[in-house]
Design a protein around this ligand. Structure first.
Ligand SMILES: [Zn+2]
Ligand SMILES: [Zn+2]
Length: 342
């Protein structure tokens, strides 16, 4: 099979083609696993963190990619949940132990044995991949393959972030950064919390215009002041200034959820502007969001099908994965990016 593999960590500023196209044997599904023929795989900001070592893979070479839509090509021994040719999706959660205190209360995203697709196990930048059958999800028929792929990470983690804000209908929500996840959150809020207004912070005018087109009440830059206080906010940026901006605009008792697997070091000095009285006092909260559970993915796919939530996306051939990643880093094209594989 064809695969774009990451042979070692790389700095994208110096190496614009960190992934290499190689020919590999088709993997064989083990007990309880399915072999999936990949149709499309979404491209995620987390891949940049994997390549540059902020959340490094356990081994090399590794096949990246955790927003996979494909069809069951073969079932392994004892795997009975899906039939050949059934359409399935895979997300960031690849496996968890199922037995620890976190798993037992449904917080499998916090399991110490948590394995991520495309980081700890081979992912979807390839023609085939394997996964435990209980970690694959049926894809609602309302979506095409390419429409479903970005939902599997950006959408599912966006859903979890929104859930963790504790939003109630009528609360004002700030979205700091407006990439694939945030634009799906905006659509979810418009559907589920119709009385809530959404305020979007982005450093690019194109993203701000896009936010307004999608129904945001207001859009401004990373240091802007919102016209009203925000009860809830989600930060999806890789930098630090937006945390100060969000806290500055947050209402008393408000909560900021940080949805970023790692922050970059570039503007860390922005944190020196943190003023306790202004930014944290009066019961403001900061909470991060880590990974996703199967419940998040399954509930989110159901909600997305009801709305229906169809992400804006741009397709690239598998061989152009490096270009897709660079354009993601440079924020060249709005919405999600999807590799077309079959
Ligand atoms: Zn992702
Ligand atoms: Zn566990």
């Amino acid at each position: 099979m064809k695969a774009m593999v990451l042979p070692r960590l790389a700095n994208l500023a110096e190496n614009q083609a960190p992934l290499k196209l190689v020919e590999l044997p088709i993997p064989v599904p083990r007990e309880g696993e399915i072999l999936v023929q990949v149709a499309v795989c979404g491209v995620c900001h987390t891949e940049l963190d994997e390549i540059e070592g902020r959340t490094p893979p356990e081994r090399f070479p590794i096949i990246l990619g955790h927003q996979i839509v494909g069809r069951v090509a073969q079932t392994g021994p004892e795997a009975t949940r899906f039939r050949p040719q059934e359409r399935v999706g895979l997300g960031w959660i690849n496996s968890a132990c199922g037995q620890c205190a976190f798993c037992l209360k449904g917080d499998e995203n916090l399991c110490p044995e948590f394995k991520a697709t495309g980081r700890d196990a081979d992912g979807g930048y390839a023609q085939y991949t394997t996964v435990g059958e209980n970690f694959a999800f049926p894809i609602p028929p309302v979506f095409t393959d390419a429409e479903a792929a970005p939902l599997l990470c950006a959408g599912a983690i966006g859903y979890r972030s929104l859930r963790l804000t504790g939003i109630k209908d009528g609360d004002h929500l700030g979205l700091v950064g407006f990439g694939a996840s945030a634009h799906l959150v905006l659509k979810m809020v418009r559907h589920r919390y119709p009385q809530s207004q959404v305020f979007v912070f982005s450093r690019t005018p194109a993203e701000r215009d896009f936010a307004l087109e999608l129904g945001a009440a207001w859009a401004g830059g990373f240091e802007a002041q919102t016209p009203v206080k925000l009860q809830r906010a989600i930060d999806t940026t890789p930098v630090w200034q937006p945390i100060i901006t969000a806290l500055n605009n947050l209402d008393k008792g408000g909560r900021l959820v940080i949805n970023a697997i790692r922050k970059e070091e570039v503007d860390k000095e922005a944190l020196l502007k943190l003023d306790y009285a202004r930014h944290l006092w009066l019961e403001k909260e900061i909470k991060s969001v880590a990974n996703v559970s199967r419940r998040d993915v399954a509930e989110f796919l159901e909600l997305a099908a009801q709305i229906p939530l169809k992400p804006e996306f741009q397709e690239y051939p598998l061989e152009e994965a490096n270009r897709a990643l660079l354009e993601l880093k440079e924020r060249k094209i709005r919405g999600a990016k999807v590799l077309r594989i079959a």
